[in-house]
Design a protein around this ligand. Structure first.
Ligand SMILES: Nc1nc2c(ncn2[C@@H]2O[C@H](COP(=O)(O)OP(=O)(O)OP(=O)(O)O)[C@@H](O)[C@H]2O)c(=O)[nH]1
Ligand SMILES: [Mg+2]
Length: 641
């Protein structure tokens, strides 16, 4: 078993000396550290206890370097809270302890160091001091071990306790793709770029293609080491040094992430639940500028508090939206710490709920909070289908592909596939071609379509239905057309509507006419059939039909529309309509003409003559024939096609 153990505690309390007493390694590697006798940046060492192999991350205690401490603390399983027996709890003891609590580090132990400098009584006081600090926290029942790095007193005992407590470290979930937040990068002569970090999930193996984010740069794993030895594969929970091909080490900085290729994406806006420290001096307010420490990264951001008061008081929890000034890699359940922009103080910590949130408007606060509360529940219950459903319900573009969902969850393909399949079969999400939508969106669209169709029928009782395109533009203009199409298919399956090629009608809508309307329809039809090609203008025809009916002109126009819808009457121009039969006969006539004339050309006067009509009809009819590709203009003649 591999675990990562981090030190924590005030400056000079003996963290680095303790790591050295345990492992023999001086984790202070920088010349500057040696000169000043303090730790500045993270240090690393290893210890093999047989059943457990420990990777140590030694952090600086100086308040100026909390930023570095945070980069180290993010990946640890177990904390050694180091307190010098001669000084007791000091400011960074508190701050580091709070950070570990907010990062939800599950276990740890308290190490009282420098016991060679104190008597029994002082040691007891330090113990009480420590107990008070960790009261009511994850360290409340943690073992307390007293040691001296100088004399070696208690070190053997500490190793025993470490071995025992390691067994209680919860196993890391094996659901995510490979993700290694980078804490160090350097180059080795003859090997090229190397990055190190704690592999928080997944596996890395030799020759794997991976990606450095947010650079979006593909790299190849040339080789890797864990615990100082070359290995073929590194697993979640191990510290690894990875030799990468395809990139210069100078292009990589701490905070970037080495990840499985083509899965994760960077984000600049996420929703989270946070807890403001009881010791914070002020409430955390909307618009406040903060430093977000996530993984090994630090980014500036503004927060938007998602409650009515626009602030979260010290000691309280709440939901926030975090709008970052630079891209970070985050997935749900990632912990992070918030520090004030200035003065740099730790004020809060939290957990990512939705890594790709859309910008919330103030008026949507209540709705957003409801979604986030559901996400908190779903993530606590590890209910993946529910999480997916909420991501879909809140997705800006209303639909997500499998790839989008993978970027949002960071889950391995088969883990996500299982959750998605379950959701689809439960019908909590709907699969449409190559993406998914929420059931809520589908139901919403279906309801809107039904209402729109009903309204149309009321407005246009005699029309056969609403144009498909008009309906789509009204209801789903902002969505991929497939979603609209699929909503129609669902409504059809439920026998609510009939969707023809270009119009949609309600299943219960029949454009049935009253006897009087029917009379008018027949009259209109007759006017055109009798007129043959010598038709009256539309106005004249409607006026004529109106003479023997009770209806106003508008109503007669609607009855007339039925004749057009059914194809009995054909619109040639705004003014002239013809019976379908008259036009069909005319087409026959000109086709016969074409057979008799080998060039198939006809001029205006020939056309007027064989049709037996004047110019006022001939022009619009020929234009109609051109549109319908029955004829084509050829200089001042027409070619009959
Ligand atoms: N007498 C005595 N001195 C100790 C012991 N442990 C550490 N020291 C001394 O205390 C000083 C600080 O020790 P470090 O291990 O560097 O302390 P640290 O907590 O790592 O300090 P930062 O990393 O700068 O926060 C050094 O001079 C150590 O030699 C101990 O058990 N007994
Ligand atoms: Mg140190």
């Amino acid at each position: 078993m591999d675990i990562i153990v981090g030190t924590a505690g005030h400056i000079d309390h003996g963290k680095t000396a303790l790591v050295k007493a345990l492992t023999g390694v001086d984790a202070d590697r920088l010349p500057e550290e040696k000169k000043r006798g303090i730790t500045i940046d993270l240090g690393f060492a290893e210890l093999d206890l047989g059943a457990v192999r420990i990777g140590f991350v030694d952090v600086p205690g100086h308040e100026k370097f909390v930023k570095n401490m945070l980069a180290g603390a993010s990946g640890i399983d177990l904390v050694l809270l180091v307190i010098a027996a001669d000084e007791g709890v000091m400011p960074q003891t508190r701050e580091h302890f709070e950070i570990c609590r907010l990062l939800e580090i599950k276990t740890g132990l308290i190490v009282l160091t420098k016991t060679d400098l104190v008597d029994e009584e002082l040691l007891e006081i330090a113990k009480l001091d420590a107990a008070e600090l960790v009261n009511n926290s994850f360290l409340e029942t943690a073992p307390v071990v007293a040691v001296s790095a100088r004399t070696g007193d208690g070190i053997a005992e500490l190793k025993k306790v470490l071995l025992k407590i390691s067994a209680s470290v919860p196993k890391r979930k094996n659901e995510g793709v490979a993700r290694l937040p980078i804490d160090r990068t350097f180059s080795v002569r003859g090997f090229g770029s190397v990055v190190t970090g704690t592999l928080v999930s997944g596996e890395i193996s030799e020759s794997l293609e991976m990606e450095i984010l947010p650079l979006d740069r593909k790299v190849r794993v040339r080789g890797l080491q864990t615990h100082g030895k070359t290995v073929k594969i590194a697993r979640a929970g191990q510290r690894a040094a990875v030799n990468l091909g395809g990139i210069e080490h100078a292009e990589i900085v701490r905070g970037m992430v080495l990840a499985t290729a083509d899965v994760l994406r960077s984000t600049q806006i996420f929703d989270a639940e946070i807890e403001v420290l009881a010791s914070a001096k002020k409430s955390l307010k909307s618009r406040q500028r903060v430093r977000v420490h996530l993984g090994t990264d630090e980014a500036l951001a503004r927060i938007q508090v998602l409650n009515e008061k626009n602030e979260i008081a010290p000691g309280e929890k709440g939901c926030v939206q975090i709008r970052l000034e630079s891209p970070v890699i985050a997935i749900p359940s990632d912990r992070f710490i918030l520090r004030l922009y200035s003065p740099q103080m730790t004020v809060a910590g939290g957990k990512v709920l939705n890594a790709f949130a859309s910008r919330h408007r103030r008026k949507d606060t209540a709705v957003v909070r409801k979604h986030l509360e559901n996400l908190i529940r779903a993530s606590a219950e590890d209910d993946k289908p529910n999480q997916i459903q909420i991501f879909l319900e809140t997705a800006e573009k209303n639909n997500l592909t499998f790839r989008d969902l993978q970027a949002r969850t960071g889950w391995r393909r088969e883990v996500l596939k299982k959750a998605v399949d379950e959701s689809v079969s439960k019908k909590s999400i709907i699969e449409i071609e190559n993406f998914y939508i929420s059931r809520a969106l589908l139901e919403h669209l279906k309801a809107k379509i039904s209402t729109e169709i009903e309204m149309f029928h009321r407005r246009e009782p005699l029309a056969r239905g609403i144009s498909r395109e008009t309906l789509r533009e009204k209801i789903a203009a902002h969505l991929p057309p497939e979603i609209f199409k699929s909503a129609l298919v669902y409504l059809e399956k439920e026998e609510k509507i009939l969707a023809a090629k270009d119009f949609v009608k309600s299943r219960s809508h029949f454009s049935e006419l009253t006897p009087e309307e029917e009379q008018t329809r027949v009259r209109l039809s007759k006017i055109y059939s009798i007129a043959k090609l010598e038709v009256p203008t539309l106005d004249a025809a409607l006026a004529e039909a109106a003479r023997s009916a009770q209806f106003d002109k508008e109503h007669i126009r609607k009855i007339f529309q039925m004749l057009i819808n059914s194809g009995e009457i054909i619109k040639i121009s705004e003014e002239f309509y013809f019976s379908q039969k008259a036009i069909a006969d005319l087409i026959e006539t000109i086709k016969t003409f074409a057979l008799q004339n080998s060039d198939r050309l006809i001029n205006m006067s020939e056309f007027k003559e064989i049709a037996g009509i004047s110019r006022k009809y001939a022009i619009p009819i020929l234009e109609y024939f051109d549109r319908e590709k029955i004829t084509r203009r050829a200089a001042d003649k027409r070619l009959i096609l």
